[in-house]
Design a protein around this ligand. Structure first.
Ligand code: ATP
Ligand code: MG
Length: 190
């Protein structure tokens, strides 16, 4: 027996939600893609988001301390625009299919760096992978097969990112993301 059983740990991540109407615009597209490419698990529209930092399973006390640090993050709001599709992994049967950040990648990266610093402050292990902002649409199943031709994702209006969100991820047959806290971005002292 080593250490705690971790029964009350919280699986969490930080991210940017997609506004409700943008998710609604993507719903039909995701639906169509899931018919065309059943070798992939398509993200249910309510779950569409941009991950800023995956935290893993944390003790509530650590999460609380991290949250306190995140409240100190100061950054002005910024415009986010998505456009087009990209993939990670082999071209013909990628591991991940995502929406590209056309505008706002720098704002996302600045935010991710501030979050990384806050994470380090509370003793979390550094994120080894380079931050590449994207909105995941689908992940390959075990044997995805060849990715078929997919329709173009719908054009989405850019929006103003005025905060970021701490989510709890509840894994199950259907993954549920629960918003635990929201941290506003502000233009600074007036
Ligand atoms: P499932 O794992 O069942 O597919 P999910 O990926 O939606 O569900 P989580 O695994 O809890 O749910 O992930 C929450 C978010 O964090 C997602 O955006 C996911 O891509 C991202 N994420 C998960 N694991 C990692 C990791 N090891 N490194 C970076 N990001 C991760
Ligand atoms: Mg996952």
């Amino acid at each position: 027996m080593g250490g705690s059983v971790g029964g009350d740990r919280v699986r969490a991540f930080l991210g940017l939600p997609l506004p409700e109407d943008r998710r609604a615009r993507l719903a039909a597209h995701v639906e169509e893609c899931s018919r065309l490419a059943p070798g992939y698990r398509w993200v249910p529209p309510p779950n569409l988001h941009l991950t800023l930092r995956f935290l893993g399973s944390l003790e509530p006390e650590i999460l609380e301390r991290l949250s306190g640090r995140l409240e100190e993050v100061r950054q002005p709001p910024f415009e986010l625009e998505l456009d087009g599709r990209g993939t990670f992994g082999p071209r013909t049967s990628p591991r991940v299919i995502w929406l590209r950040v056309k505008r706002g990648a720098e704002g996302c990266a600045t935010l991710a760096a501030a979050i990384e610093a806050a994470s380090a402050d509370v003793g979390l292990e550094a994120e080894p992978r380079r931050f590449r902002p994207h909105v995941t649409l689908a992940r390959a199943r075990a044997e995805p097969g060849r990715l078929p031709e997919l329709p173009e994702p719908p054009a989405l209006e850019p929006w103003l990112v005025d905060g970021f969100v701490l989510y709890q991820s509840l894994l199950g047959r259907e993954v549920i993301y629960r918003e635990l806290r929201r941290y506003p971005l502000d233009a600074g002292e007036i």
